[in-house]
Design a protein around this ligand. Structure first.
Ligand SMILES: [Zn+2]
Length: 300
């Protein structure tokens, strides 16, 4: 009898622990703060987007980090809104500099220039750095030079494993008529679900298991309007939201990375560094053509 009781107790403990043991994990990161489409919006609209995005992140209980382009800050209080609400801030260069075009020296200056402003808001040096366009070096020398500069400045590189194109949806959402927006929102959640599936697949391919993911999003009106639904979709896939530091503490993130060239996600970098063929990482879900066409109207 005693043994049966112990067995039942152990079984109950296992059942209680199971969802936690098998939960997937994701860290949410936002680039291009305060607003990816800042040239389409006046300050009032940017304030509105910032307030509603930050409010929804908090309401969803998600520990997000925002990467700032300080030259987009027409109004310094936008960063304070992120900081005051307990969200982390990282560096994304002052002017969204493209490393492969401007070169390491100018790139490093742009990092410093941004650092000063964000530090002024938070009162401490930013820890995380996210490369614009995920370009980490055109050559091994350039990559190593920038990495050494970042290390000297006390930065850690923020990797991305779910490298979606939410910014194309965000532009389409900004330029589309109001009647199209509900359809864009639905297509966006659907697309993001596919990007999660893709990252889970890539993760199995390289590591034979699912690693904690790092999701790349942009500060946009679209994400301000959809974050509640997005967080619900992610949780429904069995994910817990974790901090960036928690996600990268997984051993997968210490994998060798000798990637040189175009901006791609980190799972592909680790895979290719380990000797896998780049072809294995082709076929990722694309932004639907109708969304791309609406986004193109911006230039017309
Ligand atoms: Zn960016």
């Amino acid at each position: 009898m005693q043994q049966i009781r112990i067995m039942i107790r152990l079984l109950l403990i296992a059942l209680l622990l199971a969802p936690r043991l098998f939960a997937r994990e994701v860290a949410v990161t936002f680039d291009d703060l305060p607003d990816v489409d800042d040239d389409l919006h006046n300050i009032a609209r940017q304030t509105n987007i910032t307030n509603s995005l930050v409010m929804r992140i908090r309401a969803a209980g998600v520990p997000a980090i925002g990467f700032v382009n300080e030259d987009k800050l027409d109004d310094g209080t936008l960063l304070e809104t992120w900081h005051r609400n307990g969200l982390e801030l990282g560096n994304h260069t002052y002017s969204h500099a493209q490393l492969h075009t401007v070169g390491a020296e100018e790139f490093d200056c742009d990092i410093d220039r941004g650092d000063e402003i964000t530090r002024g808001v938070t009162g401490r040096a930013p820890v995380w750095f996210r490369h614009p366009y995920l370009e980490t070096g055109k050559t091994a020398e350039q990559r190593d030079a920038v990495n050494a500069f970042l290390a000297r400045s006390g930065y850690e590189v923020a990797p991305v494993t779910i490298d979606d194109s939410d910014w194309i949806f965000a532009t389409a959402y900004d330029v589309a008529g109001w009647w199209r927006r509900p359809f864009i929102r639905r297509a966006y959640i659907n697309y993001m679900q596919q990007r999660f599936e893709w990252a889970e697949h890539e993760s199995h391919l390289v590591f034979g298991r699912e690693i904690p993911q790092v999701l790349l999003l942009h500060a946009s009106a679209l994400n301000a309007d959809t974050f509640t639904d997005l967080a619900r979709m992610i949780r429904a896939r069995g994910y817990d939201f974790v901090t960036l530091a928690d996600a990268v503490s997984d051993s997968a993130y210490a994998s060798p990375d000798t990637w040189v060239g175009g901006g791609v996600g980190w799972i592909e970098r680790w895979g290719v560094t380990a000797g896998m063929d780049e072809v294995a990482f082709e076929g990722d879900p694309q932004v639907p053509v109708w969304i791309q066409q609406i986004a193109k109207q911006r230039e017309e």
